[in-house]
Ligand binder design. Structure first.
Ligand SMILES: [Zn+2]
Length: 421
């Protein structure tokens, strides 16, 4: 039976038509459910990962043995265990050691301090991001207030977006925090620092988005002045000094109490000589950054030749071996190795080769030669680690290095540039 006025109901129908047909709506609805379900599983897996990482940490602390080589003073058992696990997980997951350090810390907190948050993750009630926000705020409170804070905000984690939850957690935390803002600021100011972060296309952030050459030069100059200011009476760390130097330079154009400071910025660019002459288009390498365009590099060389170490062609006339025994590494071989390695050779480490030691892969006392395929750059941090934990390294062909962890896992470090020998 027709309603009155059914004749002109066509436009009404169009207006009320569902945006999806029944079949498509059902299919899309099912797909959305699957996405929600996978996300829930990701949270549950993150909970499982936290438990597993914390178990590994405890096992490492109980079982890793203190070792040492090359006559170095051994690390403590706790430090050896921590570094062994950190280093292994960083290689296995191909993540920076700082990220892994954070993950180990968060896992321990979830298991030992915030079990209700871990429980929420394990049933997929909220994401790992929510859990990390909980950890961050809870751990900034005194130990006796953490459980109360957790129970106060936990329900909100399952209802709010991560950003909303962060605001909520921060508000609750502010109310519970017995320290005044003045006290907290005094603590935070200790963490002041200058940071440079690489970006694409020859650019880098100093929170001034600049050409990488300029950003690195500012960072290098601040570091050099900071080093010059260090003395036995100076209480500030190098990190704090560097930040203070940059702030003084930007605010006053000079260093407080020191008048004009004569240190000029330096950056180091390696340009293959054939590229500089225009016979080749191998890019120039800015230390601590990577490849930059040749025009910028040529410009730098023209303007400030004294500031640039450059120009060896790696395939010509370098003595690659000095013989069996411990000999000083000649300058030519040193540049050749720097060019090959680019950075510290521990997988994942980005410390520029220029600021690393050259290490004999097989120790001289065990018959190792001072030769290109038994030498590799190692930053002080990883150099020490090699001697204090059970990592073993072996040089393969073409600058490839095989690393075997104390657990027997094998990882490879590729050279920055493959040089024909
Ligand atoms: Zn390193």
């Amino acid at each position: 039976m027709e309603e009155p006025g059914a004749g002109d109901s066509e436009s009404d129908d169009a207006r009320h038509e569902r945006p999806l047909s029944g079949v498509a709506a059902d299919a899309l609805s099912a797909m959305v459910d699957v996405v929600v379900e996978t996300e829930k599983m990701a949270a549950m897996l993150a909970g499982m990962r936290a438990e597993q990482i914390n178990k590994s940490r405890r096992l490492a602390e109980l079982s890793v043995r203190v070792v040492t080589s090359d006559g170095m003073k051994p690390w403590s058992q706790a430090e050896t265990a921590r570094r062994t696990l950190l280093s292994e997980l960083a290689c296995a997951l191909r993540l920076p050691e700082v990220t892994i350090g954070k993950l180990i810390y968060e896992s321990q907190v979830l298991v030992e301090v915030l079990p209700a948050t871990l429980g929420g993750l394990q049933v997929g009630a909220f994401s790992y991001r929510h859990a990390a926000i909980m950890i961050d705020h809870a751990m900034s409170l005194p130990a006796e207030q953490r459980t109360k804070f957790e129970s106060t905000v936990l329900a909100a984690a399952a209802l709010l977006t991560a950003a909303q939850f962060e605001r909520k957690a921060r508000t609750v935390r502010e109310r519970m925090d017995p320290e005044t803002i003045t006290e907290r600021h005094a603590k935070s100011v200790i963490d002041r620092r200058l940071q440079v972060e690489n970006s694409r296309d020859g650019m880098a952030w100093l929170q001034l988005f600049l050409p990488a050459t300029e950003a690195h030069a500012i960072y290098a100059r601040s570091t050099e002045i900071a080093i010059a200011l260090q003395n036995k009476d100076e209480q500030r760390t190098l990190t704090q000094l560097r930040a203070d130097v940059a702030a003084d330079l930007l605010l006053d154009g000079g260093i407080t109490g020191r008048g004009e400071f004569a240190i000029r910025p330096t950056v180091t660019v390696t340009v293959p000589v054939l590229s500089l002459l225009g016979h080749d288009d191998e890019p120039a390498i800015l230390d601590g950054y990577g490849p930059i365009d040749l025009d910028t590099a040529r410009d730098l060389v023209a303007k400030a030749p004294s500031l640039l170490r450059v120009l060896t062609h790696p395939e010509t006339g370098v003595t690659l071996s000095v013989g069996s025994g411990r000999f000083p590494v000649p300058a030519g071989l040193r540049s050749w190795l720097q060019y090959r390695d680019g950075t510290c050779r521990k997988p994942g480490c980005n410390r520029a080769a220029r600021r690393c030691d050259i290490d004999h892969t097989e120790e001289v006392q065990h018959g190792g030669w001072t030769t290109h395929n038994n030498l590799a750059h190692m930053c002080p941090h990883h150099h020490a680690e090699k001697h204090h934990t059970g990592w073993a390294m072996k040089q393969l062909a073409a600058g490839r290095i095989e690393w075997t962890s104390p657990t027997g896992h094998v990882y490879f470090s590729e050279p920055d540039i493959v040089i024909r020998t």
